[in-house]
Every structure is written in C-alpha cells, then in structure tokens.
Design a protein around this ligand. Structure first.
Ligand code: NAD
Length: 361
C-alpha cells in the first residue's frame, strides 16, 4: 500500500507535534511494508510570513494531489491584528472548504490513566468510547439568508439542510457504527425545528439500509446531559453542524486534556486530519507540547485513509501503554508529588514509537 500525505505543520507547536506523529505513523506503516510518501506545505502564519498569504496555491495544489492532509495547527499572536480573511485561520478555513469534507469525526474517550484529568468522576467516564460524526458544511454556519441589520436591531441566520446533505453524513455514521459496536445515536431538536424533523426522517430512512445498526434519537438538550451522566451508553453519535460543535467540545472534558484529542474530516476530495488543539504559542518551542493528540490523529489517517486498522489500533494501544507506565507530558500532570515520569515532546514521541514497534513486532 502506498499513501501520499501532505503535512502542513503550521505554526506554534504544530511543527513539534506533527514531527513526532509522522515518525510514529511511519513506524507503524513500515512494519507491513507500506510506503508513506510525505510532502510538506506551508499554511497559516508561516505561509503569511514566507509567501504573503495564509494558503499558498502551491499548498492547495499539493493538498488536492495527496491521499490525505495532516495539519498541525495555525495561529499566532503576531497575526491577531490582521483582517479575518488575511489571518492564519483563513488558510485553514480555505483548505477545509477546498478539500470538501462534510463529516467531521471527533472521538471522545476516557483513558483510565488520565481519569484524574477529567472533571467527571472516574466511575462515570470509565470505558467511554464515543465517535462523534458532525456534519461540517451545512446548517446555521453556512445557511443563507443571514444578516445583522444594525438599523432595525434585528439579526438572523438560517439553519438549512437538504435531504441529500443529511443522507450522506448519516450513511458515513452508519458505516462507522457497523465497524464498531453497531449503535448510532442521532441528535436533533425535532420537537421544535422543522430542519430537525427532516434530519430525523432522513436518518431513519437511510438507517433502514443498515438493519444491523441499532438507531436511537436524542434531543440535543437532553443529549448534553446524557454525555455528562451516562457517556458509556453511546457508540457513534451523528448530528448537525452547530449541535456537533457544542457537543464535541463538551465531550472533550471526558478525556480531560486538549492535547490528547484527534480529529478527521472525511467525505470530500481529500481527507483532512488534525489534532483539535491550536498552536499554543505560550508553550511553542519549549519541548512542552503534548504530541499525543497529533499521534492519535496519525492513527486516524491509517484507519480512514489507508485501511490499516491493525496499525491504527497499535498506535492507540501504544499511547495507552505509555500512559500506563507513568509517562506524561507536563500538561497531563496534576498535583505535586505525582510520581509520573515527565517527558518532553520528542521523548514522548520516541516512547510511543518504540512501543508501537514492540506491539507490531
Ligand atoms: P490552544 O489550543 O492553542 O491552547 C489552549 C491552551 O491549551 C494553552 O494553554 C496551550 O498551552 C494548551 N495546549 C494546547 N495544545 C496543547 C498541547 N498539545 N500540549 C500541551 N498544551 C497544549 O488554543 P488558544 O490558546 O485559544 O489559541 C492559540 C492559537 O491557536 C490562536 O491563534 C488560535 O486562533 C489558534 N487555534 C488554531 C486551531 C487550529 O489550527 N485548528 C484551533 C484552535 C485555535
């Protein structure tokens, strides 16, 4: 198997964490003789400084010519005074739009070793393993008309979905559920919103093609509570853009650390993979960045763009194992006399790489 990946490491801690993640990915893929071809492209602040634009055409062309794009993070304080369409984040939005992914996958999981990092009680989060599938291109964030009329003092947005937009993301979620615990929860607000009634009717229709997946529906307000009270009950959760934005961030507290969380955006021309954290300028270049979110993102690349499930699972097990052995980056340490072995970004990367090698040997 050959996989062409464009790495756009970006700004701040982006280059530090993607370097470790790519090394882990190469290690995992090479065991089975797979060939990973890495090219690099500039995006965000580094591209503004070097090329005068946050998304150079060269990067865009290279992205569209790849099997997957692996993004680090963009952003930096020195760019905060620029107009929104000139800022580093505009590069990321442009890339997302060009790649066209409509299904954003955000795992929410609990790791026993990190239970103290979550504000939720250990007995509530123990064993949680949810995969959120958030619709990314529709709903209120893109719907027209939209307006803030400053004269009348009235503003509005339009939450709009077509049957096709719902059906395609439902299908992705159902296929993923088939490969997991065969449970799908669809989240909407069908008791109030017509757009949610269409959402629910369409999900039911598409789910009929997947009789092996058990489908349930939850209203978004109830779901916000269920995630905190009984998160173990959920497997795959599919929802529209705005609800998904909120619920996935809420679910981040289950894992308890921003530096641990991966994401993937699939369904478009080229899949886009990125850890969910930003460029963390406060710790950039100090060896303090936690590379595990980026490393877990590399597992998603192998799973969703290369079909290498064994290798993807090996990376995820290696991360758990390294944590079990008491290794931590500084952001994961709680309390004074913790007894953890605190590692730098590169040391943590090397530990995971070594462990992946042992697991796959
Ligand atoms: P952030 O995620 O960069 O940082 C928030 C806090 O978490 C900081 O204290 C940071 O040190 C810490 N943190 C984040 N990732 C970490 C990691 N891997 N290891 C250890 N600690 C980590 O969010 P922010 O501070 O709101 O934003 C900083 C910049 O990043 C801004 O310019 C913002 O626009 C940008 N941003 C980019 C993305 C992206 O590229 N996808 C996402 C969010 C924010």
């Amino acid at each position: 198997m050959q996989l062409k990946i464009l790495v756009t490491a970006g700004d701040g801690i982006g280059p530090e964490v993607t370097r470790e993640a790519v090394a882990v990915l190469q290690e995992a893929a090479s065991v089975g003789g797979n060939e990973i071809i890495i090219t690099e492209g500039r995006i965000g602040g580094i591209a503004i400084t070097t090329d005068g634009t946050p998304l150079p055409q060269k990067t865009l062309d290279a992205a569209l010519d790849s099997d997957a794009v692996f993004l680090g993070a963009v952003g930096g304080n020195e760019f905060n005074s620029l107009a929104p369409d000139k800022r580093p984040e505009a590069g990321l939005l442009g890339l997302r739009a060009a790649l066209g992914g409509f299904a954003n996958l955000r795992p929410a999981f609990a790791l026993k070793e990190l239970a103290v990092n979550s504000p939720l009680r250990a007995e509530i989060i123990d064993g949680v393993d949810i995969l959120f599938v958030r619709e990314l291109l529709g709903g209120a964030y893109f719907g027209k008309p939209r307006e803030w009329n400053k004269e009348t003092g009235v503003a509005f947005n339009t939450m709009i979905y077509s049957r096709e937009e719902v059906a395609r993301v439902a299908r992705v979620a159902l296929q993923l559920a088939q490969k997991r615990r065969k449970k799908l929860c669809s989240v909407d607000k069908a008791n109030v919103l017509e757009v949610s009634q269409l959402w629910r009717a369409t999900v039911i229709e598409v789910a009929a093609e997947f009789p092996d997946v058990a489908l349930e529906h939850q209203y978004v307000d109830a779901m916000a509570m269920h995630i905190m009270n009984r998160p173990r009950d959920f497997d795959v959760v599919v929802t529209e853009n705005l609800f998904g934005d909120i619920l996935t961030d809420e679910s981040g507290v289950i894992t308890g650390s921003l530096g641990m969380l991966p994401s993937a955006t699939i369904g478009g021309k080229v899949n886009l993979y990125e850890p969910i954290h930003g460029s963390a300028p406060d710790i950039a270049g100090k060896g303090l960045a936690n590379p595990l979110g980026a490393i877990l993102t590399s597992a998603l690349i192998l799973r969703h763009s290369a079909g290498l499930e064994t290798e993807a699972a090996a990376i995820e097990s290696a991360v758990r194992k390294v944590l079990e052995q008491g290794f931590r980056t500084a952001d994961l340490v709680r309390g004074k006399d913790h007894g953890y072995k605190v590692l730098s970004t590169t040391e943590m990367g090397a530990k995971v790489r070594e462990t992946v090698k042992q697991i796959l040997a």
